[in-house]
Design a protein around this ligand. Structure first.
Ligand SMILES: NC(=O)c1ccc[n+]([C@@H]2O[C@H](COP(=O)([O-])OP(=O)(O)OC[C@H]3O[C@@H](n4cnc5c(N)ncnc54)[C@H](OP(=O)(O)O)[C@@H]3O)[C@@H](O)[C@H]2O)c1
Length: 412
């Protein structure tokens, strides 16, 4: 079969492309940057389309010649200046679905989200519901899939949860009544492949989730145990702190934000029978998500979730202090100790910057890593800040740190 997958560079889309190829299907991968997709899978035909602009039927129709199945996995986690839910979640999918009717595509599968609701206060969930309605009213074999939270070690929200699970106290937010019913990425992908190749569930909304809902606190404790970390006491977090953090998360584009908190708060759940039927066996449950061999890696990833902002805050405080001349002059610390601390922080920055190079905008990180490493080498070479070269490098420090912090935010 020829299957067109949109969002083919995403968490779900990329794994789906691999699974479809493994089953012998011909896959057309649609992505904003087809070069990125080519790097992920050399066996995929790629097309570059930006959903923000592809809001007319004619943007899609020429791509659908001979296509049997379309699977739309595009989704925004946050609205950005040039990327609105209205275009990416509603208008472009509507144009795509209409083009599928014209082109005679056999089946269209649209990935929505458990909790999608036209009356939701969350613009994300309301836009998801609008796309679902657009698909289901067309004369087409359309299937809306609403997955619950998807578990994969590289999923941003899962990293955030693992970060919470690795804290010295397990947070119990807002009374702790919330539940999660996560589904493992492998199970979700297997269900999507099955749906692509069958005729079952036409013109329906199907909810895919793990076998049972977990209280948030129990879910965190279970993840912590799976990461081979010793149990710790709980810490009740008042609702106002959770809401303020969520509001901050929306502004700073964190995985935990007002949309995700609304979803966690409403705790949508479903009985897992469709997932089991599609898989042909029970789905993995949360206590089976982290395999023994993954525990160590998961532990360091999870700690990084809160260590990184702490390091960034420390760096920013150090450099800003340096910039306004507070540090080390006003600290009263011996000059050499201050220089060594500066060097150690620069080393930290270089390590972080190099670590971040695995992300996109490689040139940006390379530039910063080189600049910060030069600063470090200069510090270790023993020049005192009062001497010419190092003092000018020190002067560049705050600017580098601020650029680094801004760049790091932009890549999230
Ligand atoms: N992950 C979960 O826990 C979860 C749970 C329930 C529902 N879902 C839904 O499942 C879908 C996929 O989720 P995911 O976790 O795979 O998300 P993801 O990793 O963020 O992937 C989103 C995909 O959408 C693409 N995209 C974003 N804006 C685009 C645009 N303007 N034009 C073209 N492509 C664009 C991204 O391309 P780039 O790589 O170029 O950015 C990426 O390929 C989303 O609709 C999400 O709401 C996810």
């Amino acid at each position: 079969m020829i299957i067109l997958v949109t969002g083919a560079t995403g968490l779900i889309g990329s794994r789906l492309v691999e699974a479809l190829l493994a089953q012998g299907h011909e896959v057309i991968g649609v992505a904003r940057e087809s070069a990125r997709l080519k790097a992920l899978s050399i066996r995929t035909r790629t097309v570059s389309v930006d959903f923000h602009d592809a809001t007319e039927v004619m943007d899609w129709w020429p791509l659908l010649y001979g296509v049997d199945v379309v699977i739309n996995t595009v989704g925004l986690r946050h609205e950005r200046r040039a990327h609105h839910f209205r275009n990416v979640h509603v208008r472009a999918p509507r144009a795509l679905f209409k083009a599928c009717v014209l082109a005679g595509v056999r089946r269209v599968i649209h990935l929505s989200s458990l909790g999608a609701d036209p009356s939701s206060h969350s613009a994300l969930l309301a836009s998801k519901a609008a796309a679902e309605a657009n698909l289901l009213k067309l004369p087409l074999d359309g299937v809306v899939v609403q997955p619950s939270l998807v578990f994969a070690l590289d999923a941003p929200m899962i990293r955030w949860l693992m970060g919470l699970a690795s804290l010295p106290r397990l947070p119990v937010p807002a009374g702790g009544r919330q539940t999660l019913q996560p589904i493992h990425l492998q199970d979700l992908v297997a269900c999507l492949v099955r749906l692509a190749t069958s005729e079952a569930y036409a013109r329906r909304i199907i909810r895919l989730a793990g076998p049972r809902p977990w209280r948030l606190h129990d879910a965190l404790a279970t993840l912590r145990r799976a990461m081979r970390m010793r149990p710790v006491a709980s810490l009740s977090v008042p609702t106002w702190i959770v809401r303020t953090t969520a509001a901050l998360g929306s502004r700073l584009r964190w995985p935990f934000n007002q949309d995700t908190w609304r979803l966690i708060e409403t705790s949508p759940s479903t009985e897992g029978s469709i997932t089991r039927t599609l898989l042909g066996h029970p789905a993995k449950d949360l206590d089976q998500f982290i395999a023994t061999g993954e525990a160590e890696g998961a532990r360091s990833l999870s700690a990084w979730v809160w260590q990184r902002p702490l390091l960034q805050a420390a760096m920013a405080a150090f450099w800003l202090g340096q910039m306004v001349g507070l540090w080390p002059a006003a600290s009263g610390l011996p000059r050499t100790l201050a220089d060594w601390l500066g060097g150690a922080l620069a080393l930290g920055a270089a390590t972080l910057a190099i670590g971040s190079m695995r992300q996109r905008r490689r040139w940006w990180w390379t530039l910063q890593a080189l600049a910060i490493s030069m600063l470090l080498v200069a510090a270790w070479a023993g020049w005192a800040p009062s001497e010419g070269l190092l003092s000018s490098l020190w002067a560049a420090g705050p600017a580098l740190a601020v650029l680094w912090i801004l760049g790091d935010r932009a890549s999230d």
